[in-house]
Design a binder for this molecule. Sequence first.
Ligand code: ATR
Length: 280
Amino acid sequence: MSYKFGLIGYPIQHSLSPWIHEQFMQKEGVDGSYSIIEIKPDNNFLKQVDQLKSQKLSGFNVTVPYKQKIMPFLDEVSEEAQGIGAVNTVLNDNGKWIGYNTDGIGYLRSLAGKFPKLLTEKDKRILLLGGGGAARGIYYALVNAGFYYVDIANRTEQSAKEIAALHTAAETNILTLQDAEQQIDAYDIIIQTTSVGMKPGQDSSIISLDKLKAGSIVSDIIYQPLETNLLKQAQKQGSSIHYGHTMLLYQAQYAFEIWTNKTVPIEDMDHQLQLILEGR
Ligand code: ATR
């Protein structure tokens, strides 16, 4: 059988997903293709979805700005995607479209890939910086996995509050970014999910890490640059750091698993992806 995968979104010409999924297919000896299906925001989305249906893709990824817009067109939505309120992966199950969200679990797998012990240390105190779509997925996955001290610091309090309401199993405090900076030594794991520090703004960082506690882990989901200003600060303080590009690999790994039932080992792709990103 030959698979037909794709990605919808805009703009997506520079997406790394085709490269990642082509590697997966090669590694697993799976026959198929992965195409970029760019849908301009001023296009009639309903018509585009009809066209997509007629293409009979085996599955497709969904990115900005369609992660929520696709939801009314799905026949089923996984509990997780429903909880997060966004879909980034669709499976065509004999004509039925089923929506999933692999971002949060992908992030968690990437973190556990680097720090395997964490999965048995659910009492770690975690601080999420940011209140956008990425923070939603990561918060949901962390709490769903059993972490119960997950605080959120964001510029806009309301979006942080909405994220805290996604899951009732955690004890979540909402902080200002100033508070986060002052109280940073209360946390074992700090996860940066905003766009602050991304190229071309790589000289900035969302907060200063001067008061970081010894032995803490600092994670940044930005991968352009690979080593953000925040991660540089953390390294100087002797903290362990976690790069953002691995989330890309693991969310794709989980999507591929949903489509093909195959879990591709990705450890050897980490370095290759770093080289691609550094060459950009
Ligand atoms: P994504 O869906 O990729 O997470 P997003 O929804 O645009 O992206 O979210 C961006 C996040 O970065 C938000 O938390 C945003 O803060 P607000 O909720 O206050 O808008 C945060 N962010 C972006 N620029 C920022 C800045 N200059 N200072 C602080 N936070 C910023």
